[in-house]
Design a protein around this ligand. Structure first.
Ligand code: ADP
Length: 397
């Protein structure tokens, strides 16, 4: 079956058409500036990227254009839309309602809308994509795959915040966690790479992209994760602060005469390595280049970044009473051997030893620890779209 995977943002939309049998990506692309003017990057497998600027006043138009590209005589990858068997949608927040992926029904849409209070930008965007696909392909089954679902196995002690209980009971304020699709995919790949049953493993997955989170996966289940009610908590990220004393919010609000929302905007968009480096960049490659040129703030930002990841690894080793494998994934985790090495420098107490030669991998699956390392260290490329396609097929069949 061919599955169209859609990841819809408020003004952008990523897509992949995946052959579920071969797990091959037949075409992928990105619509940007939806509602502004419109830009499309479409890449059929094995061919060059095609960049165009068709008008995209709304998501329905954008998806219509994607479907035209997929069936295009010259650059298309299917003869007709009838070849597409299902659509899988990435939905960010499934609250406590969704513990796994599901077929999209009107009831599901209503429940996703209810979860929008925790993801006011993402969930409505995801649903716009769902509605647009329903209009354009009314007979196709569609599945929703949630970023939060994998973490619904966390025990209460991991998801409760130390604030008055009523905020959880009445309002659902708790840790939900994100990147669940990636953490699930990577932990299962890591187990396969080690030739072991995931049920017997304690794995820590470090998803280090622009957004970043760490998850403790015990026996294949998420038992703790670093992102919280929103993706702001946990690691220092590209532009997000991660953990900090909540009192800082009041301090900045008073000093700069800002509202809580305005301060949160600073913590989400102007902090992290971007903010710490004094505004060099949110892209780690730029921050590393600045460090190499002697920029001390950039060096401090990278140090703080690696240190925070190492602290979480320590915490999750404690939470699981041990760790068998640590897997690095996403943009930075897959590509940046120096950051992986910097993090692993803190792990001597675990008997974890990185092999510098094996660690010289970029974007490939590899075991990067030495033969005598007590903990397996791995580089595992994530593939959220493939995971969404797999879940979708499993539900549709
Ligand atoms: P997201 O999906 O959260 O936007 P990605 O997982 O694509 O992010 O990761 C993007 C980040 O990965 C970039 O911001 C960049 O900092 C980092 N990155 C990618 N390649 C490298 C590299 N070779 N060295 C260091 N960092 C890299």
């Amino acid at each position: 079956m061919k599955v169209l995977v859609i990841n819809c943002g408020s003004s952008s939309l990523k897509y992949q058409l995946i052959d579920s049998q071969t797990e091959e990506v037949l075409a992928k692309g990105l619509c940007e500036r939806i509602g502004i003017d419109g830009a499309l990057t479409h890449q059929p497998a094995g061919k060059d990227k095609i960049q165009t600027t068709p008008a995209m006043p709304d998501h329905k138009t954008a998806i219509g254009i994607v479907l035209e590209q997929l069936t295009d005589k010259e650059n298309g990858v299917v003869e007709s839309l009838d070849e597409i068997g299902a659509v899988g949608h990435r939905i960010v927040h499934g609250g406590e309602k969704f513990t796994k992926s599901c077929i999209i029904t009107e009831e599901v849409i209503k429940e996703v809308e209810e979860c929008s209070v925790f993801a006011p930008l993402h969930n409505p965007a995801g649903l716009i994509g769902v509605r647009a696909c329903q209009e354009l392909m009314p007979n196709l089954p569609m599945a929703a795959v949630f970023d939060t679902a994998f973490h619904q196995t966390m025990p209460e002690k991991a998801y409760l915040y130390g604030i008055p209980r009523k905020y959880y009971d009445e309002d659902g304020i708790r840790r939900y966690g994100f990147h669940g699709t990636s953490h699930q995919f990577v932990s299962s790949e890591a187990a396969k790479m080690l030739g072991k049953d995931i049920k017997d493993l304690k794995i820590i997955v470090c998803h280090l992209g622009n957004g970043a989170s760490v998850t403790a996966v015990k026996g294949g289940k998420s038992v703790d994760t670093s992102m919280g009610l929103t993706p702001l908590e946990g690691l220092i990220m590209g532009t997000r602060s991660g953990d900090m004393d909540p009192a800082i919010i009041e301090f900045i609000a008073n000093k700069e005469n800002k509202t809580a929302s305005e301060v949160l905007n600073i913590l989400n968009k102007e902090s992290g390595v971007y903010g710490l480096s004094g505004g060099v960049s949110s892209d780690f490659r730029d921050v590393k280049a600045a460090k190499d040129e002697g920029n001390k703030a950039a060096a401090a930002a990278l140090d703080a970044y690696a240190y925070r990841v190492a602290k979480y690894i320590g915490a999750y080793t404690a939470a699981m009473n041990g760790v068998d494998a640590i897997a690095f994934t996403a943009g930075l985790g897959e590509n940046d051997n120096l950051t992986r090495a910097a993090i692993c420098e803190y792990l001597g107490y675990l008997g974890a030893k990185i092999d510098d030669e094996k660690n010289d991998v970029h974007g490939e699956a590899a075991v990067i620890s030495t033969e005598d390392s007590k903990v397996a260290l791995l580089c595992v490329p994530t593939n959220e779209e493939l995971m969404i396609a797999r879940d979708t097929v499993a539900l549709v069949k």
